[in-house]
Design a protein. Structure first.
Length: 92
């Protein structure tokens, strides 16, 4: 099984709606490693590593997010897999 590394930038009403916490829970549930953080411009950034199937589940979820989020755009960047995360490290 090939592993992938994806960086997401999620735009919209995504801060203050438990987006990061919900994404972390979804990542742990789907065996995806990495981290998620709020950016000063109002976006959320996530770095995800895992199988393409599991990472794709997170990408798909990110287009809707948790109940109170309003996602306007999800920017997806493919990066080289490093395997540097032993788990989903956290919220920043």
């Amino acid at each position: 099984m090939t592993n992938h590394r994806i960086r997401l930038f999620i735009t919209g009403r995504v801060q203050g709606v438990f987006f990061r916490q919900s994404l972390k829970a979804k990542a742990i549930q789907n065996d995806v490693h990495g981290w998620v953080r709020n950016l000063s411009d109002g976006r959320v950034e996530a770095l995800l590593e895992g199988s393409m199937e599991n990472v794709s589940t997170l990408i798909e979820w990110s287009h809707g997010g948790p109940a109170n989020a309003i996602v306007e755009d999800v920017e997806i960047h493919n990066e080289e897999f490093t395997g540097e995360f032993p788990k989903f490290d956290g919220l920043y």
